[in-house]
Design a protein around this ligand. Structure first.
Ligand code: PLP
Length: 394
């Protein structure tokens, strides 16, 4: 047993997750979180009692509201968002599309969208597609490989033509944690709206969307929220903007009165208007358990362990793998929940690592990403992973 695990007040929570035979170090919870045992039970019970037992009546008994009630819970536990501003729906990609379009319509006459070249591919592709459709310009920010989007870089790119800025709160490769509050303020000073992608921070980095003045945000359900493969995503629309923004995928579930089946679309008031089609109720079930658990533990305690885990990873890499390049910030305050290291031979190690049950992920061209999900990752796993990489490199 690693002494850091002995001293870890959250160590006991690891037992709540489903065992994965043969996996000795799972360092990919930032890509796909482990299932909670409670979620296995919940899925079974849902199929039997709610779907099977209630059948179509389930829609009147909570399913209709689940995208919003679960969104409220997520907002309270992890996002610093008061009720009525978060909904669970669609995928991050689709929600990005909806919110980018809505934001551009709210800034007519402005012709530029600012984002960074190291943003996640889907964010870039969505923005590029919409810009091409509308004849707008994408203004790119180039960032440091081990860093990310800083207030200074943003201040140099935004101006009177900027309609929208789109950044990730935690960079998917470097793990750089952006100063969301300051960058949002800089965006606002230019008269633009801010859209934050929280995929790599939701459930691991404390976030205060209301207090920081964020306009719009999206994020994943299957990373640190442990919703399972393809779990729905979430979006945040600041209350003051809900009346004026209009998302473009007009569907019956976001309309004022879905079951009147009427002519002509009128959006539902509030955050419900951000929905489009029938919500993925089955796929929302596992996230309920992880959000409840995060609420019980508290996001600040989760962050404290996250910083301890990533700091331990950085120390071990320095000591055991000096030839690897550290491609993440060394300052824990500027780092999310993962650490990326690069070495030209890492690509060839991956099959053997996976064969031995050591599972980090790989990011081209040469990065191993060590993702640590605080409630399910032990210090011993981090130690084992770094030492196994050492052994295979030798
Ligand atoms: C994982 C991730 C996504 C994924 O989007 P999907 O629509 O769920 O495939 C988007 N953006 C960021 C920053 C991510 O880390």
């Amino acid at each position: 047993m690693n002494p850091l695990d002995d001293a870890d007040p959250l160590a006991g929570y690891r037992d709540l997750f489903v065992a994965s035979p043969g996996v000795v170090a799972y360092l990919d919870g930032n890509s796909l979180g482990r299932p909670l045992a409670a979620s296995v039970e919940r899925l079974t019970a849902f199929a039997r009692d709610e779907w099977g037992g209630r059948l179509i009546r389930g829609w009147d008994e909570g399913w209709m509201d689940l995208p919003l009630t679960l969104g409220d819970e997520l907002g309270r536990v992890a996002l610093g968002a008061a009720e009525g501003q978060v909904a669970v729906a669609d995928s991050t990609t689709v929600l990005l599309y909806k919110l980018v379009r809505a934001a551009l319509d709210a800034r007519p006459g402005r012709t530029e969208i600012v984002l960074d070249r190291d943003n996640f591919p889907t964010d870039r592709y969505v923005v590029e597609g919409i810009a091409a459709d509308r004849g707008l310009t994408v203004r790119w920010i180039d960032t440091d490989a081990a860093g990310g989007v800083t207030p200074d870089l943003v201040a140099m790119r935004v101006g009177p033509d900027t309609a929208l800025t789109v950044f990730s709160s935690v960079a998917y490769r470097s793990g750089y944690l952006a100063d969301v509050e300051r960058i949002t303020a800089i965006t606002h000073a230019a008269g633009a709206l801010s859209l934050w992608d929280l995929c790599h921070s939701a459930g691991v980095v404390p976030t205060e969307l209301d207090a920081w003045g964020v306009d719009l945000a999206v994020g994943c359900g299957y990373k640190y929220l442990n919703g399972g493969p393809g779990a729905p995503a979430f979006l945040y629309v600041r209350r003051e903007l809900q009346e004026s923004l209009r998302q473009p995928i007009q569907g019956w579930m976001g309309s004022r009165a879905p079951f009147e089946m009427g002519q002509g679309y009128a959006p539902a008031p509030g955050i419900r208007g951000s929905l489009s089609g029938t919500p993925p109720i089955v796929a929302m079930q596992p996230m309920r358990d992880m959000i409840a658990l995060l609420g019980e533990v508290g996001i600040d305690a989760v962050r404290a362990k996250s910083e301890a885990l990533t700091s331990y990873a950085v120390e071990l890499v320095d000591e055991v793998l000096p030839e690897a390049r550290m491609s993440s910030p060394r300052d824990p305050a500027r780092r999310g929940g993962h650490v990326t290291i690069d070495h030209p031979r890492f690509a060839e190690l991956m099959p053997e690592l996976w064969r031995r049950g050591v599972i980090p992920d790989f990011r081209r061209p040469s990065g191993i990403r060590l993702g640590m999900s605080p409630l399910s990752t032990s210090f011993a796993e981090v130690d084992l992973a770094v030492h196994t990489i050492r052994e295979l490199l030798a």
